[in-house]
Design a protein around this ligand. Structure first.
Ligand code: 13P
Length: 254
């Protein structure tokens, strides 16, 4: 049996979906169906404007809240942006940074991702740092090089105590929203390299860092992915928008 060293984390990234009413209904369904009653830690990442309605719908639930992004500056004239402090104040204990959609559509570099993660740590919010290669990069054999370069650049200014608070998400870009998933073995191979790199950088504390897999995680492939030794959870997009499929993925952790 594969005994997990780290408590599995299942995070639902809602992206730019749901109205306030739909969000409240989804949260109510997740609670009713026992989302937090399994061995996994469960987190949902609604759009900024839905954080308050989601929090209200959560009541005393143990489901955690994440933001999908933040700015690295503490405050200032940055129209449309939200700071790490504002994310924390809104009730989020996690925040996704460096999602490939942010990197590809909004020009985020790994350096910016690192600054955002640092800003979050200063507010005691756990960053979920995303890395992942494009299809062209995979096909040219540079997956590991790309992923490690993203990781190194994002974590360059981190200390050993910082890293213990970070979550890493490996999301191959070609698997996001496409229905194409990395095979459990391919995902595990990349996760093992990420784990080895983290341990090399932070030998004393990297052991506790969870490395999630993301990219078309669905009820029918979750169990095999989560059974892999170095896959400590999932960052789920489309399947987190439906209570039944998200619960099935949570159940797949154990
Ligand atoms: P899908 O699960 O829809 O492929 O999205 C993955 C993702 O981007 C999660 O952050």
């Amino acid at each position: 049996m594969n005994v997990k060293l780290r408590k599995p984390l299942i995070a639902g990234n809602w992206k730019m979906y749901k109205t306030a009413r739909e969000a409240a209904e989804l949260v109510a369904a997740l609670i009713e169906r026992g989302a937090e009653k399994h061995g996994a830690e469960v987190v949902i990442a609604p759009p900024f404007t839905l954080i308050a309605p989601v929090l209200a719908a959560m009541g005393g639930s143990r489901i955690g809240l994440a933001a999908q992004n933040c700015h690295f500056e503490k405050q200032g004239a940055f129209t449309g942006e939200v700071s790490a402090e504002q994310v924390r104040e809104a009730g989020c204990t996690y925040c996704i940074v460096g999602h490939s959609e942010r990197r590809q559509l909004f020009g985020e570099t790994s350096e910016i991702v690192g600054k955002k993660a640092k800003a979050l740590l200063s507010e005691a919010v756990h960053p979920i740092v995303c890395v992942g290669e494009t299809l062209a990069e995979r096909e040219s054999g540079s997956t590991l090089k790309v992923v490690i370069a993203q990781l190194d650049a994002a974590l360059v200014s981190f200390g050993a105590s910082d890293i213990a608070k970070v979550v890493v998400a490996y999301e191959p870009v070609w698997a996001i929203g496409t229905g194409r998933t990395a095979s459990p073995k391919d995902a595990q191979d990349v996760h093992a390299v990420i784990r080895a790199r983290l341990l090399q950088m932070f030998p004393t504390t990297a052991d506790t860092v969870r490395v999630l897999y993301g990219g078309s995680v669905k009820p029918d492939n979750a169990k095999a992915l989560l059974a892999e030794r170095d896959i400590d959870g999932a960052l789920v997009g489309g399947a987190s928008l439906d209570a039944g499929s998200f619960i099935s993925i949570i159940e797949a952790t154990g």
